[in-house]
Design a protein around this ligand. Structure first.
Ligand SMILES: [Zn+2]
Length: 159
């Protein structure tokens, strides 16, 4: 009698490609809900202040990532900020509204202590520079999600 497994021990494993489409819903929580409602209804970006670290975090989160204090003090931020870093994307992502090449940036909004990741628009990809001033451009028809900000564009005179 042969032991099971001996005959396949040194053979290449079989890998089968697959694709799963899995619709889902989840509650974003009280602070993120407030964040998205402010984007949708008032074109405002809010963050949350940690009184222990004296930092403003955006998008808001319920617990400080430095000191783990529970957070609840919302603050309105300016829709302008400074580009901390960026990357230019040359592939087609899963979101159909972006056609490569395009740029993602991490923006430090005025009054915030953290970076905010979003798309850069109305910008010459060859002239993006770290430190440039940018502003959020909101969609006319907003739905209460991060894409209510269409993109961040350079402020006049920032290039
Ligand atoms: Zn803190």
């Amino acid at each position: 009698m042969k032991k099971m497994g001996q005959e396949t021990a040194n053979k290449e494993p079989i890998v089968t490609p697959g694709w799963i489409i899995m619709p889902y819903r989840y509650s974003v929580g009280a602070l993120a809900s407030k964040f998205f409602v402010e984007l949708r209804d008032n074109k405002r970006i809010i963050g949350v202040r940690c009184s222990e670290c004296n930092r403003v975090i955006v998008p808001p989160r319920s617990v400080c990532n430095k000191c783990f204090r529970k957070l609840h003090e919302c603050v309105e931020l300016d829709c302008k900020g400074t580009l901390l870093t960026y990357t230019i994307v040359h592939y087609t992502p899963s979101c159909e509204w972006l056609k490569p090449p395009f740029a993602y940036g991490i923006i430090q909004l005025d009054g915030a202590d953290t970076g905010f990741t979003h798309v850069l628009g109305e910008v010459d990809l060859d002239n993006i520079r770290i430190g440039m001033r940018v502003e959020a451009m909101f969609k006319d028809k907003r739905q209460g999600n991060i894409l209510d900000i269409q993109y961040f564009r350079p402020l006049a005179g920032s290039l």
